[in-house]
Design a protein around this ligand. Structure first.
Ligand SMILES: [Zn+2]
Length: 195
């Protein structure tokens, strides 16, 4: 799967919008990504999962682990394609942890999978949790890397598509300087949804 194919799938699903956006971080960007909109189609999720898995064939991945919520669907599909087990980490009081009785064997070969890497924070924390439990974290993968390849998660990292779309402080935003109003996608309820 090429970068262009990945981007086309996102655009078709409305998961990648171009314009002037206020992100949940408060920063402004000309690109808005909402992976959930493409991953709502299981066939697309499966195809992305297979494409990521292909890069790790032969690396004896025994376990795929993802930070919830963003990594759940794609991580599960990667695990299915690799014939691996799948677990997730989640935040409790701000700290990324393993819950629900999930365990990791010492030396278990793990791939960490996220939907989008922006700063790499969630992936990095998940890698650290697994390493602290003795796992052998082979690498980390995402569908999209919007850090232009810059995010460091502590292990080798790959992405199906790497974008260079800076997120900037509103005070430094060129689009704001031109007087264009930033919008916040996803903040409106869908028309026709029940109250
Ligand atoms: Zn702006």
């Amino acid at each position: 799967m090429t970068t262009d194919q990945v981007i086309d799938e996102f655009k078709e699903s409305g998961a990648l919008l171009e314009g002037h956006f206020k992100l949940s971080s408060g920063l402004h960007s000309s690109v808005y990504l909402q992976c959930a909109l493409v991953l709502q189609y299981p066939a697309k999720a499966e195809a992305f999962g297979r494409a990521i898995a292909e890069r790790y064939v032969g690396q004896q991945i025994e376990l795929v682990a993802s930070p919830a919520i963003g990594g759940l669907i794609i991580g599960h599909e990667v695990a299915r394609a690799l014939g691996a087990r799948f677990i997730w980490t989640e935040r409790q009081d701000g700290e990324m942890i393993l819950r629900r009785g999930f365990t990791v064997r010492a030396g278990e070969r793990v791939l960490v999978v996220e939907d989008v890497v922006t700063t790499g924070g969630s992936t990095r924390e998940t890698v650290a949790v697994l390493q602290a439990l003795g796992a052998n974290v082979i690498g980390a993968a995402s569908i999209i890397d919007r850090s232009a390849g810059e995010a460091n998660v502590g292990v080798p990292r790959t992405a199906l598509a790497t974008l260079n779309v800076p997120s900037v402080d509103p005070a430094q935003c060129e689009l704001c300087k031109r007087g264009e109003q930033a919008t916040k996608p996803g903040s409106r309820k869908a028309i026709g949804s029940k109250p």
